[in-house]
Design a protein around this ligand. Sequence first.
Ligand code: IPM
Ligand code: MN
Length: 325
Amino acid sequence: MTHEVAVIPGDGIGRGVVPSAVDVLEATEADLTFVHDEAGDAVATECGDPLPAETADLARRADATLFGAAGETAAEVVLPLRSAVDSFVNVRPARAYPGVDALHPDVDVVFLRENTEGVYVGDETREDGRATLTRVVTADASRKLAEFACEFVAERGFDGLTVAHKANVMQETDGLFLETVEAVADERGVAVDPVLMDALATHLCLHPEEYDVIVTPNLAGDVLSDLAAGLVGGLGLLPSANLGDERGLFEPVHGTAPDIAGEGVANPVAAVLSAAMMLEFLGYDEEGERVRTAVEDVLADGPRTPDLGGEAGTDEVTGAIVERL
Ligand code: IPM
Ligand code: MN
């Protein structure tokens, strides 16, 4: 049975790296049908809406969506796309690779970021020199994330999970988040290590090798995963999967990188690894693994893009990955 994949490159380097990911997906010979559409700044300028209804519908209907990045309109594009696929968790693995200069060569950590609420609900006002933001945490969303996290830990044979929180200050919101994650983990016999997110930021810089799976509220996951990118060699390496029960949206953690957009030198690895996560989500485990191995080989032997100290362009790196496949 063929799977329909929506391809939405967006703006900036999204337009360079998403075609690379599609080339790699095609080379695996997984049974995929690609449907292309547009979203982002350029579309907003053209038709007034950064995420036309037609593009959102495509994501809602497709089995999986591959997204690149959006510029100024990022929040208006990616947040509705994440809800279009009903994603409740954003899976963000960060690992160091042999051959890539990393601050910490032994990082291999996965952030499981809450993907629907927290400060991302969009309830913000500003009036007369006073701005407010509503932070929403529900037991339902926290439980859904915790259940996923416990399964993730059990399936991959980890000892337990770390949960990032700031319940000493946000006693009700993060209090509820932490209590819910702890309760679900307790029901399922999974060990939990609760860590204040500020202390976690320090400890991640000093001893990232001590962490496997970190469950986070929405904004904390955004910040901590970028921090982890810095530990392993940069944002060019981090993929992500926004998962729902039936659909998923797969996107690199990086943005549009306007400083290098259009120059053909963007690192395709984050997008290609996002495509590998998509393959696994769709049940093409063997193909996903092959893509990951091909990427690892190319990172070890080159060619590499300038962000990793190399001189190769996006196409050359993509070609090398395809060649390995
Ligand atoms: C990311 C981005 C988005 C987020 C923005 C653009 C809405 O920073 O994917 O990490 O905060 O999730
Ligand atoms: Mn981010």
